[in-house]
Write a protein that binds this ligand. Structure first.
Ligand code: SAH
Length: 351
């Protein structure tokens, strides 16, 4: 299969085209078409000579995604099922926030982390996405937002969160290149403040986190305050435990100068005990962290249930009383299966 044209960082194109006997400024023109203009076919790039476009078309594909399905929820959340060139499908979501849109994107086809509560985990991992497949999701969503803006938003600004399918630290080289393209002024030109990586902190991914030098936002999904409790819902933790994950998160917070978010999915009888809240509070207090409490989005093939609202409030109260900033997050798009991997799963089982 050809390389995806967006797998390559914009800074490399002048040199790359020079090596094909073209003047380097053609590389800047091409990068402008790809990233500033979002061109998805060679025909659009009319100021590039036909011969150059034909030459590139022999080696590179101009697009890696096609829209298989687009669903709009009652609350405005838009969910996309994209088909990749090899037939796999991935999900991406546009979530309307008060002042901007949030794009939730995938980093892998499936996931190897096997979290008990996650729909994506059920099918296992097929493969990692390439940098171009990661970046193109953002551009497809941005194009959708431009053609159909949310009426309450003055501008078309968006944030990007890696909270779709997959574990970003398990596909780190591609994710890092994707981040570089998103945040480069020659790429999508997004401020690092607008990008959020979310990770289940697999032990083998913590060294990757230590090597990440872009000050993007970071969320660590914990789901268990001690190693035994965490392993029950997130087997990924393996031998490296909660303490290692939080230590890596703290190093990242100090490097980036940004508070790290601890994501805690609240599952009835599994992760909503006040004893766990107290342990979590001790781990998190007086460190550069805040906690997001996420009531479980229930899967239809599973007996796990969301924690009751009074339990959620009590859990939050323990954290707040210990001086830990803690917020309850409500997920959008429930009626269209917007939680991580649900749409793809529903489609697979209806075939
Ligand atoms: N692998 C990464 C990113 C994908 S999951 C990570 O673990 O962070 C993104 C977020 O969705 C995580 O915080 C995860 O805990 C949460 N999540 C997954 N399934 C969920 C469900 N059924 N209900 C509520 N939150 C869920």
């Amino acid at each position: 299969m050809n390389t995806l044209v967006r797998d390559i960082v914009p800074e490399s194109w002048p040199q790359l085209l020079a090596s094909r006997g073209e003047p380097p400024y053609r590389g800047r023109q091409l990068a402008h078409w790809l990233f500033a203009r979002g061109a998805l076919d060679w025909d659009a790039m009319h100021n590039l000579p036909r011969s150059l476009r034909a030459g590139l078309a022999a080696d590179f594909d101009p697009a890696g995604l096609s829209i298989e399905e687009r669903l709009v929820a009652a609350d405005g959340t838009r969910k996309f099922l994209f088909r990749l060139r090899d037939g796999h499908t991935i999900e991406s979501v546009i979530i309307p926030m008060e002042h901007h849109a949030t794009f939730c994107i995938s980093s892998q086809v499936g996931c190897a982390m096997a979290c008990r509560f996650c729909a994506t985990a059920r099918g296992g991992l097929a493969r990692g996405l390439s940098p171009g497949e990661i970046v193109e999701q953002v551009q497809r969503l941005a194009a959708d937002l431009t053609s159909a803006p949310f009426p309450q938003h003055g501008d078309r600004g968006y944030n990007v969160v890696f909270m779709g399918m997959g574990e970003p630290l398990d596909n780190f080289d591609a994710v890092r290149t994707g981040l570089a393209i998103m945040t480069s002024p020659l790429g999508l030109g997004l401020s690092t403040r607008r990008v959020q990586l979310s990770t289940s902190a697999p032990p083998q991914g913590l060294a990757n986190l230590d090597s990440l030098d872009l000050p993007v936002g970071l969320t660590i999904s914990i789901g268990g305050a001690d190693d035994a409790a965490r392993r029950k819902v997130m087997p990924v933790s393996g031998r490296a435990g909660v303490a290692d994950a939080l230590a890596a998160a703290e190093r990242f917070a100090r490097r980036s100068g940004r508070r790290v978010t601890i994501a805690w999915v609240l599952i009835a009888e599994r992760t909503d005990q006040l004893e766990q809240a107290r342990t979590l509070a001790r781990l998190v207090a007086n460190r550069p962290f805040k906690v997001n409490l996420i009531p479980l989005n229930e899967l239809d093939d599973d007996d796990l249930a969301a924690a009751a609202s009074e339990r959620i409030l009590a859990f939050q109260r323990v954290l707040v009383d210990a001086g830990v900033p803690a917020y309850i997050r409500v997920s959008g798009g429930r009626d269209i299966g917007a939680a991580c991997g649900q749409l793809r799963r529903r489609r697979a089982s209806s075939r």
